[in-house]
Design a protein around this ligand. Structure first.
Ligand code: ARG
Length: 402
């Protein structure tokens, strides 16, 4: 490590890379403070803390950030219908700015001169950490030990053994990152895009062919674009997400197999499990379609896509992200109502929706009664509507036939 660093705050997952990193820093005389966030990835904060101290951490922070993750990151993503390249609900991408902001907070409090993370030099996550930290505090150095030492898994294991570090038993053939918005699985046999993901990669969803033979109906209630009720019961959004991960997962919903365009210029094969995100995003989008005007929907699609791309691309700190988010939140002030959803063998279908703000009217849209334009009204509208098109064609006759 070339930089002059005396104290570092390390984002510690409890896995092999970051455990080795603690030791690696301390061997160079760097004081290591560790930080682990609980964001629904299913860890035991106490176990992770013990491992951090065993590896040489001088002070450990274990913080339960589930509610903050949901309120500041997941809810804006729901409002923005965030699905990168139409498939990936951004689960890992959303967690990086949260972890970065805590790293900075702790580094300032601990008077550290650097922060560190365990990302490699090929992934998106390094970009998200590095830029977000620098956006929040340009004086802090960002160190990625794995990017520096470039060891293979085997070399890391040997280093750990030679230093008497316990190897986390859970290190599998896949690279996995998870939080309550979803699970990302990469590597192993998945690297050949022709290979079907083996059943063993899935932990939150059952094989859809083995899902219950009867459909299950649920009702999800939104207020200002935020999930607030499940089957009529008022719950905090974090609990709704956890319950839906379980409920939709048991119907085999939320498996995603995606050829993804990474920030660092190449394609990678990504597999995700995101049962709650799949259900909530579908329901939210459906409700918006009942409430927002055609022009709002068309414009919002552009804003949503831009917001999603910025977050994916590591630019949470870009001023445009916040501006878009403010506008999207404003458009969501009326996205309140209920959506009825059917879960069945890997499929989620919206089968009903209602809202006090619906731009839908049975009186206007119904075929049997209410408003019916007269023949004259209909022809008048159609004439005005088609005028531009018909005039242009007439003017171009003989020059540009279509
Ligand atoms: N491709 C996804 C993203 O860029 C997932 C990354 C997950 N990270 C991991 N270490 N497996 O957001």
């Amino acid at each position: 490590m070339s930089e002059n660093v005396s104290k570092v705050v390390l984002a510690y997952s409890g896995g092999l890379d970051t455990t080795v990193a603690i030791k690696w820093f301390t061997e160079q005389g760097v004081d290591v403070v560790t930080f682990t966030a609980e964001i629904g990835q299913g860890i035991n904060l106490k176990d992770v803390e013990r491992r951090a101290y065993e590896a040489g951490s001088s002070k450990h922070y274990g913080l339960d950030l589930r509610n903050e993750f949901v309120s500041k990151y997941v809810i804006p993503a729901i409002r923005a219908n965030a699905n990168y390249e139409g498939e990936y609900p951004l689960s890992s991408a959303l967690s990086r700015p949260l972890i970065s902001s805590k790293l900075v907070e702790i580094a300032e409090k601990e008077k550290a001169d650097a922060v560190a993370h365990g990302c490699t030099s090929k992934g998106n996550d390094q970009v998200r950490f590095d830029i977000t930290v620098r956006a929040l505090n340009p004086d802090l150095k960002v160190i990625a030990p794995t990017r520096i030492w470039r060891w293979t898994r085997q070399q890391e294991v040997e280093y750990a053994r030679s230093r008497g570090l316990k190897i986390p038993e859970s290190h599998s053939k896949y690279s996995i990152d998870q939080n309550l918005w979803g699970r990302s699985i990469e590597g192993g046999s998945l690297e050949d895009p022709w290979n079907e993901p083996p059943e063993e990669v899935f932990e939150w969803t059952v094989d859809p062919t083995k899902a219950p033979g009867e459909p299950q109906y649920i009702t999800l209630g939104f207020e200002k674009g935020i999930p607030k009720t499940l089957n009529g019961a008022e719950l905090d959004t974090t609990s709704i997400i956890s319950q839906l991960n379980w409920l939709a997962g048991k119907h085999g919903i939320g498996r995603i197999d995606h050829m993804e365009s990474r920030i660092i210029g190449f394609k990678s094969r990504e597999v995700y499990e995101a049962p709650a995100a799949t259900v909530i995003l579908k329901a939210h989008r459906d409700l918006e379609k009942m409430i927002l005007t055609r022009r709002e929907l068309q414009f919002k699609e552009l804003a949503d896509r831009e917001w999603t791309n910025l977050v994916y691309e590591g630019l949470w700190g870009d001023p445009l992200r916040q501006s878009l988010e403010d506008m999207i939140a404003r458009m969501n002030l009326v996205v309140s109502g209920e959506v009825r959803i059917k879960l069945y063998k890997g499929n989620v279908s919206v089968v009903g929706r209602r809202s006090d703000y619906a731009a839908y009217s049975l009186d206007i849209a119904g075929y049997d009664e209410g408003w019916y334009p007269s023949d004259e009204e209909a022809r008048g509208f159609i004439q005005a509507w088609g005028l531009h098109t018909l005039m242009a064609r007439a003017a171009r006759r003989g020059v540009q036939e279509t």
